[in-house]
Design a protein around this ligand. Structure first.
Ligand code: AMP
Ligand code: TRP
Length: 332
């Protein structure tokens, strides 16, 4: 009998245009894993609406994220690509898990604390419950491994706790998922404040590179990236801006930081930055061309997300039915 492949689940929110951080921290790692695992890659639109979205933008970005997955090299025949809201089991399982999630666990989440500080009283209950929905996403598919950037580690720990809590309260139901945080690209930093992670929700467009940024824009943003007055290309925490640019090169080229440092001995930041920009442009140009082509063929994308939702629903519903039964809900 053929060995059953282990399962991977991951997703990105269509809450803003995707950045180089999403690409290097998430998507590029997924591509490396897709042959060894049975993968579910989701566009998590229900997570995106935890903050206010303009409906037309949300629709456009949801399709664009799907197109970026495919254009970056995710094989849509081998993997299941789908849109979260197309599989209602996610919302249903999320409610069941909400009832065994503690307020304390949710309010202690770093991401929630950061956002609630910024938003004050107008923060939605959705943002508080966000990690429970993420746990539902993961647990419904008997997921073994969740490839994410470092910032998601805490959310994943909650998914593990909720799985164990349910298994202990009833009987073994969920696989307890493991995080997979790759060494390269785990945290790409903000170009203007290199001690913060690069985020699509930043107000300053110079702080991030978008996957769809044109070569001119990429050159401009990299040339403006904050460095330091030391003037030597070194890989140290004292030079977070330069370190980040080295990390970007390494995540794209698969090389070691020492090699980059060696090749810039005796050279200044201007030469270094020029090369960084060209390396990014070379990586993103083919992806951008493919994204544009895919977005021009909406029927093809529709075909993929419909098939994906069907495959995902089949697995998710089986798990949801088990949960409902164990909790004591009467099957209809
Ligand atoms: P989000 O943009 O919050 O939906 O994140 C989607 C995925 O991209 C998650 O796995 C994040 O951990 C990852 N990610 C987002 N920003 C970065 C970043 N600056 N560096 C590395 N990974 C990131
Ligand atoms: N919360 C994740 C993020 O912002 C996105 C996400 C939602 C996710 N559900 C998931 C990631 C399930 C991995 C697995 O990055």
């Amino acid at each position: 009998m053929e060995d059953k492949k282990k399962v991977i689940f991951s997703g990105i929110q269509p809450s803003g245009d995707l950045t180089l951080g999403n690409y290097l921290g998430a998507i590029k790692n997924w591509i490396k894993l897709q042959d060894q695992y049975d993968c579910f890659f989701c566009v998590v639109d229900l997570h995106a609406i935890t903050v206010k979205q303009v409906p037309a933008d949300l629709r456009r970005r949801t399709l664009e994220v799907l197109a970026i997955y495919i254009a970056s090299g995710i094989d849509c025949d081998k993997n299941t690509l789908f849109i979260q809201s197309h599989v209602p089991a996610h919302s249903e399982a999320s409610w069941l898990l909400t009832c065994s999630t503690y307020m304390g666990e949710l309010s202690r989440m770093t991401q929630f604390k950061d956002k609630s500080q910024k938003m004050g009283d107008s923060i939605s209950a959705g943002l508080l419950n966000y990690p429970t929905l993420m746990a539902a996403d993961i647990l419904l598919y008997n997921t073994n491994l969740v490839p994410v950037g470092k910032d998601q580690k805490q959310h994943l720990e909650l998914a593990r706790d909720l799985a164990q809590r349910f298994n202990n309260a009833y009987s073994p139901t969920f696989v307890v998922p493991e995080p997979y945080i790759a060494d390269t690209g785990a945290k790409i930093m903000d170009l203007q404040e290199p001690t913060k992670k690069m985020s699509k929700s930043s107000d300053n467009p110079n702080s991030f590179i978008l996957i769809m940024d044109s070569p001119e824009v990429i050159r401009k943003k990299i040339s403006r990236a904050v460095t330091d007055s030391i003037g030597v290309v070194n890989y140290t925490n004292d030079q977070p801006g330069v370190k980040n640019l080295i990390d970007i090169i390494c995540a794209i080229k698969g090389c070691a930081p020492e090699d980059v440092v060696k090749s810039y001995q005796g050279k200044g930041y201007a030469d270094f930055k020029k090369d960084v920009a060209e390396i990014i442009i070379e990586e993103l140009t083919p992806v951008q061309a493919k994204v544009k082509e895919l977005l021009g063929n909406k029927n093809y994308l529709e075909d993929i997300y419909k098939k994906g939702a069907e495959k995902a629903s089949y697995v998710a519903l089986k798990t949801l039915r088990k949960m409902q039964k164990k909790i004591g809900l009467i099957p209809r």
